[in-house]
Write a protein that binds this ligand. Structure first.
Ligand code: SF4
Length: 406
């Protein structure tokens, strides 16, 4: 996705190793454990005994596919997929634009159910979600495929290659949520590639995560259809959306996509009450025009509200834009100053380790509330989501962590 650091891990957690962790959790469950200071407290259920494969009662084997949600049958065996704004009309035997949904005899199948290709644990700051249980880890889940064609994609080996060229890890829904419990992660997150393309797998994993007291987070390009967002949002606690530019031309030429559906999605997410953060990857010469940045910040403040966290992240040369330089830090600071002038309260600069805008400040009294070095939390001072100095409440999911330095 848009965060240059949220890349496919070099070494994903293999399903075999995950089964070992789950077996370890089974042993650990026998021993008394101190209470966790980081809510929400997952309610562990009995993990599978070592050596036994978890039984999946919902899906079917990945090679057989899994019937997709939200498609319509049309004349001549055609189907229309309504998962994202593209609304692909898919002929029998063909796949949609994302290459992950196939028309088999007039029925649409997702080829990604129980077919993760990247699973890891990482800080929530890498999502980035700075206002969601800072300093905690989450289980990160990605698959093959994408419905965009971003020239700067940092995860192109996952997202931009044919499905058959991307190794599956074959985790089930149950494996993923139990991995989160076994590794002490209070959340699962859908990231690396666009989660909309593995919508059914994401939806079921998010539902199961909630049943077990885990949070469900998503990093998305915002392209899901209205019907998909309506169904999904009640099962997500936070969504980080890439707002790649405030310019239709950029979306068309750099990402083979459209801006308008993303703006609609941002409004829908905001109205739903699900926590929202926005990422803008600033790419030299392509989307760093100060007028466009000002228009974007003004739209965010006026339409979504001035308390939506906004992350300007540094572009690093990648994929088909390797000829471009990394974003100058002054460009990011100028973007942040523009956001300040539009009264946006939480403006971050990402992918610049040690920058003062890695941290969270109180918008009322300017106290430092969460001190970060890149995505590491060095100090945490919020108490029940409030500034300890002036009592101002911050938007987000904070839990009751104590100050890390105390
Ligand atoms: S998810 Fe989007 S790109 Fe993929 S088949 Fe459906 S409408 Fe097309």
């Amino acid at each position: 996705m848009g965060s240059p650091w949220e890349t496919q891990p070099d070494r994903a957690i293999s399903r075999r190793r995950a089964m070992g962790l789950l077996a370890g959790a089974a042993l650990a469950a026998c021993a008394p454990r101190p209470p966790s200071p980081q809510p929400p407290s997952p309610q562990p259920t009995a993990p599978q005994p070592a050596g036994e494969e978890p039984v999946d009662t919902e899906g079917v084997a990945p090679e057989k596919g899994h019937e997709a949600l939200h498609f319509q049958r049309m004349a001549g065996g055609l189907v229309r997929c309504d998962i994202c704004w593209r609304g692909c009309i898919v002929a029998p035997g063909e796949r949609g634009f994302c290459g992950t949904r196939e028309n088999r005899d007039g029925t649409l199948y997702t080829l990604l159910y129980h077919r993760a290709s990247a699973v890891n644990t990482d800080p929530v700051e890498k999502l980035p979600a700075y206002h969601v249980l800072p300093g905690t880890n989450r289980v990160c889940i990605g698959t093959a495929g994408c419905n965009y064609r971003c020239l700067f994609c940092h995860n192109w080996p996952l997202s931009q290659r044919p499905l058959e060229e991307v190794e599956p890890l074959d985790y089930t829904v149950e494996d993923l949520v139990r991995l989160a419990i076994a590794t002490g992660c209070p959340s699962v997150s859908f990231t690396y590639n666009e989660p909309t393309v593995f919508y059914e797998f994401m939806l079921d994993t998010a539902r199961r995560a909630h049943e077990l007291g885990l949070l469900a987070l998503s990093h998305s390009n915002g392209s899901a259809s209205d019907v998909a967002w309506r169904e999904l949002l009640p099962h997500l606690d936070a969504v980080t959306v890439d707002l790649k530019a405030f310019c239709e031309k950029f979306y068309a030429q750099v990402s083979a996509a459209e801006l308008a559906p993303v703006l609609r999605a941002l409004e829908r997410i905001r109205a739903s009450g699900t926590h929202l953060e926005i990422v803008n990857l600033v790419i030299p010469t392509l989307n760093d025009d100060p007028d466009d940045l000002q228009a974007m910040c003004r739209w965010i403040a006026e339409t979504l509200g001035d308390d939506v966290p906004l992350h300007f992240t540094r572009f690093l040369p990648a994929y088909r834009l390797e000829r471009l330089p990394a974003t100058p830090i002054e460009t990011l600071e100028r973007a942040a100053a523009i956001a300040d002038a539009e009264s946006i309260q939480f403006v971050y600069i990402g992918n610049v380790p040690g920058h003062r805008r890695n941290s969270t400040y109180c918008p009322k009294c300017d106290a430092t509330l969460v001190t970060r070095m890149h995505f590491e939390v060095l100090e945490y001072r919020l108490i029940d989501g409030r500034c300890p100095d002036c009592g101002h409440a911050l938007p987000g999911i904070w839990g009751r962590q104590r100050a890390l330095s105390s």
